[in-house]
Design a protein around this ligand. Structure first.
Ligand SMILES: [Zn+2]
Length: 62
């Protein structure tokens, strides 16, 4: 992954980690999808991860 994240993004990610939160991102280059969660079951975490990684499941159909 290229390190092109805006600085504000990195800061908010760091804060989220301090809070014990996980942040999932979509790998699609122009997609801004982010899912944050904390204290979910492993099943739910797996579902969220699958949703975040699969751009076709949340992307704008254009
Ligand atoms: Zn996406």
């Amino acid at each position: 992954m290229p390190n092109l994240k805006p600085y504000a993004d990195q800061v908010s990610d760091a804060l989220a980690r301090l809070n014990g939160m996980r942040t999932l991102r979509c790998p699609a280059p122009d997609c801004t999808l982010r899912i944050r969660y904390r204290a979910v079951t492993p099943d739910e975490a797996g579902r969220l991860a699958a949703l975040a990684r699969d751009h076709t499941r949340h992307g704008n159909p254009k």
